[in-house]
Design a protein around this ligand. Structure first.
Ligand code: FA5
Ligand code: MG
Length: 416
């Protein structure tokens, strides 16, 4: 069945995702195009550039955290199903009901209860509840987003959690505590720490977290990498930071991290540990490290691309050599927005993705206009077409463009 319809009209009653049947409802917006990426597991394929970066990150954690017998303390989870419940992706992480990240516009929902995970953090609670204290979660994540050289609706994240007890944090020092008692909980500024934690515990955790992540940035980008910490906000950590590295004349956001919200731990019965966590994107790192110019290349089966990464030394400096740059084809589309329903650009992007697939390099809103008399709104989008491995003909592009023009009408728009 064709799931590509972004409107509710032709939706089947049930859809099959990874061999399970789900009833559809008004939340269902996962398309066949998106579902076709499930189980591709490119991040696990030997010699795939995402796999090289993944292994370098795992090696760093294996080497940096060992127990008394010299065994690695972090365990790796990289086969967790990308189909998660709303409770895993949001509720368990204290993401408020009205938080924008829950919206249909940003996520691929299977139905109101299930979605394709939007971040690897979705698995954090269940793994901690299973008794794990040090672990990495690696896999594919799904987000509805804009279309350009650095965004793709499927990308890959590495998340980590480390939990510590009072003894692990302070060794034998009896005078120091992880948790504030009684009145001391009041004496805290909201930003710098959670009221329930002592400053000593938070600062030691912050030190270990930042030290670990700067070490990781150096392991990947070299000792001389320029970096900076930026204060930020996540519903599931406090305090929270982003690590940025300076690369190719620009600051690049590498990851988000912070001290795990204690109620997340308390909710699953963990009352004697404090934790840190982070989540990073593999594509961004691989694009920088190997100078890969377009995120769609990661999905290429072209041997001209893949063979460049066939190395038995995963730390080797590889610089991607473009096989050749095939020409772009540009085509604009203008339409009047509907007056009786809301219009979301992401719904339009979804249709472009479904019809054009990986022929689409970029879609940008180049003009928005309101008719001075009628008040009708009009959008003009520029669609850039480019095949990764050959030259597209104009008639091929026209055929795709016309199909987009006809499919987009389901959003209630009128082509100009
Ligand atoms: C998160 O997804 C949080 N779950 C991260 C986290 C985990 C914070 C645990 C605290 C504790 P964010 O949406 O910023 O946050 O994404 C995390 C990282 O994924 C980014 O820093 C970036 O490296 C990568 N990333 C995010 N969006 C994209 C995208 N569209 N394309 C490629 N990489 C992306
Ligand atoms: Mg971010």
């Amino acid at each position: 069945r064709n799931l590509s319809s972004a409107s509710a009209i032709e939706k089947p009653k049930e859809i099959s995702v990874l061999n399970n049947l789900y009833a559809t409802d008004c939340y269902t917006n996962v398309t066949e195009k998106i579902a076709s990426h499930l189980k591709k597991d490119i991040y696990l394929k030997p010699y795939h550039p995402l796999s090289l970066v993944r292994q370098r990150i795992i090696n760093y954690f294996y080497k940096s955290f060992v127990n008394r017998r010299e065994n690695p303390v972090f365990s790796i989870y990289e086969n967790l199903s990308p189909v998660v419940s709303v409770s895993q992706n949001f509720d368990s992480l204290l993401i408020p009901q009205d938080h924008p990240s829950r919206s249909k516009n940003d996520c691929y929902y299977i139905n109101q209860n299930y979605l394709l995970r939007a971040h690897m953090t979705a698995h954090q609670s269940e793994l901690m509840q299973a008794g794990l204290n040090n672990f990495l979660m690696i896999g594919d994540v799904y987000r509805r987003d804009e279309i350009d050289r650095t965004h793709y609706p499927v990308f890959h994240q590495v998340d980590a959690v480390r939990l510590k007890t009072k003894e692990e944090l302070f060794l034998k020092d009896e005078a120091l505590n992880v948790f504030e008692e009684g009145n001391n909980r009041a004496f805290t500024t909201a930003q710098e720490k959670q009221a329930c934690h002592t400053l000593e515990a938070v600062k030691l955790m912050e030190y270990e977290l930042k030290n670990t992540l700067v070490g990781l940035a150096k392991h990947l980008f070299g000792e001389d990498v320029e970096y900076r910490w930026v204060d930020t906000y996540f519903p599931f950590t406090q305090p929270s930071w982003e690590l940025e590295v300076y690369h190719a004349d620009d600051w690049l956001e590498l990851l988000g991290c912070g001290i795990v919200q204690q109620p997340i731990l308390n909710n699953i019965g963990i009352n004697d540990r404090i934790g840190w966590a982070f989540g990073l994107g593999l594509e961004r790192i691989a694009m920088c490290l190997y100078k890969i110019p377009d995120i769609r290349l990661f999905w290429s089966n072209d041997s001209g691309f893949l063979n460049q990464f066939k190395t038995d030394d995963i730390n080797k400096n590889i610089v991607y050599q473009p096989i050749s740059q095939y020409p772009q084809c540009t085509n604009d589309i203008s339409f009047w927005l509907p007056q009786d329903q809301e219009f979301f650009s992401n719904d339009f992007y979804e249709i472009v993705r479904c019809v054009g697939g990986d022929l689409i390099e970029q879609v940008s809103l180049i003009d928005a206009f309101t008719h001075p008399k009628t008040g009708r709104k009009s959008h003009c989008y520029r669609i850039v077409y480019r095949h990764m491995e050959r030259t597209l003909t104009q008639s091929e592009v026209n055929a795709v463009h016309e199909k987009i023009e006809s499919e987009v009408k389901q959003l209630g728009v009128t082509i100009r």
